[in-house]
Structure formats: structure tokens, C-alpha cells
Design a protein around this ligand. Structure first.
Ligand code: SAH
Length: 243
């Protein structure tokens, strides 16, 4: 009977991992992940067997976990942020159907929406949603529908995967859709490299965000009607009366 932990390691630095995640990695015989994340763990866990697969080889990475578990090893699959938020947790359960008898356990991590919000101030302090702009696994028409619906519902929106080498103008396209119903002055922000070297954040308006150059390590926040810029920070009010 094999055992695989699916571990959310938070945004990057070790002090943003949960104690439980660190304990599980210490117990594991082998740690498997995307090359970039394994690199972040290399110093602390150099005595472990560390296996990597490049980006886009997610299925291979999952099968590798089950193959290692079948050898009797305790396996930890690491994902950035939370493994159940645009991560590999669900694929592991799906592929796991082919490997009856292997037990899976998900260890939660701090997702980019949480850690990015903390850098910007308090943008998610009312109803919010997350939308990924990646159309690798979701048709763009559906992403567009969700953007329109989120704007209609006056949600704060955390945008994941706002850009990649092949999708340079997706944030621009998303902003254009939102600008059909949201005013250009709406407070927004984005954070690059949360919890890693070179963390950078910008607070701006939706009109300015449209022309911002962001990379794949960026999480973008679109304010709701209750969002304000206070002392350079992005803050969504809950509605308390201030005397
Ligand atoms: N499972 C991850 C999300 C993976 S999708 C999580 O829960 O955070 C990849 C997207 O997450 C990136 O394109 C970016 O939008 C966001 N992201 C992940 N790590 C980040 C970081 N350290 N800084 C900024 N954004 C990050």
C-alpha cells in the first residue's frame, strides 16, 4: 500500500510553507515536482531523492508518483501555492483510479491569491473569485463568460496565469472585457514573485492595468465597487462605519 502526499508549498520561501507541509516533506523518501519548485527546496532537502519533470509534463509527473509509491516509498508531490487551486491534486485523484490501493492526502498551502493580497493590503476582504486566464485547458469563450459574470456580480477578481510567452496580450483582452461594464478608475493591483526574490507590487487603475506588462509569475487583482486605495495599498471595505 503506497502513500502519496500532495503538498502545497505556498508561494516560494520556506517560511511561507505550513509546518505540516515541512513535516511531510521531511518524512518523504522522494519529493517530486516541477523543476523550478524542486530548486527552491534543494538546499533544505538535499539528502532526499528529488525527481523533476519539466512544465507541461503534468501527467508524467503524476504517473511517476504512483510508480515510486509502488516501490514502497513515501512520496511527496509538491505544487506551488495550494495543490488544489490550479494544481495537480485533482489530476492525481483521476489518475489514481488506475492505481487502486495507493492512498492520497492533500496538504494545503497558501495560494497566490492569499499571499498576493497580503502584499497589496486587503483587497479580498469581501466576496471574491479567482479566474485563470490560461486557455490551455479552458476555452477562451468560457474565460470571457466568467469575466463578464464576475464583473456583473461585483466580485473582487484574482487573476491567475495572466500571461505567458505565447499569451502576451491576455491581460489586455481581459481588461477590455471588464472595461465594458467597469469604470477605468477602478482600483486594481498586481504582485510579481510573491514570497520569492524580487517581489514587486503595483497599485493602479483598471485603465492603467490594461497596458501593464506582466509575466507568468504575477497575480492580478481587480477591485470591486468597495475597493479603495488607502496609503498606496489596495483595500476592499467590508462596510464598517468609521467614527
Ligand atoms: N497552485 C498555485 C497556482 C498555480 S497557477 C497557487 O495556489 O498559487 C500559476 C499562477 O499562479 C501564476 O501564473 C500566477 O498567477 C500565480 N502564482 C503562483 N505563484 C506565484 C508567485 N510566487 N507570485 C506571483 N504569482 C504566483
Amino acid at each position: 500500500m503506497g502513500r502519496i502526499y500532495i503538498v502545497g508549498m505556498g508561494p516560494g520561501s520556506e517560511d511561507m510553507m505550513t509546518k505540516r507541509a515541512i513535516e511531510v516533506l521531511k518524512q518523504a523518501d522522494v519529493i517530486i515536482g516541477y523543476t523550478v519548485y524542486i530548486k527552491l527546496l534543494e538546499d533544505t532537502f538535499r539528502h532526499k531523492e528529488l525527481l523533476t519533470t519539466p512544465m507541461r509534463q503534468e501527467r508524467k509527473r503524476c504517473h511517476m508518483c504512483f510508480a515510486e509509491a509502488a516501490k514502497g516509498k513515501v512520496v511527496a508531490l509538491v505544487c506551488s501555492g495550494d495543490a488544489g487551486i490550479y494544481g495537480l491534486a485533482s489530476l492525481m485523484y483521476e489518475i489514481g483510479q488506475e492505481y487502486p490501493g495507493t492512498e492520497l492526502e492533500v496538504i494545503p498551502g497558501i495560494t497566490a491569491a492569499n499571499s498576493g493580497a497580503a502584499v497589496l493590503g486587503a483587497p479580498l476582504n469581501h466576496d471574491f473569485c479567482t479566474i485563470s486566464l490560461s486557455d490551455l485547458l479552458t476555452p477562451w469563450e468560457k474565460i470571457e463568460k466568467r469575466l463578464v459574470a464576475a464583473a456583473a456580480g461585483d466580485f473582487v477578481i484574482a487573476l491567475y496565469n495572466p500571461s505567458s510567452h505565447k499569451r502576451k496580450d491576455y491581460l489586455l483582452r481581459a481588461c477590455e472585457i471588464l472595461l465594458r461594464t467597469i469604470e477605468p478608475e477602478r482600483p486594481c493591483g498586481y504582485v510579481e514573485n510573491i514570497g520569492r526574490e524580487g517581489t514587486k507590487y503595483v497599485v493602479c487603475t483598471l485603465g492603467e492595468l490594461k497596458d501593464a506588462q506582466v509575466n507568468m509569475f504575477t497575480t492580478v487583482f481587480i477591485g470591486s465597487m468597495g475597493t479603495r486605495i488607502i496609503d498606496g495599498k489596495l483595500v476592499t471595505r467590508r462596510g464598517y462605519q468609521i467614527v
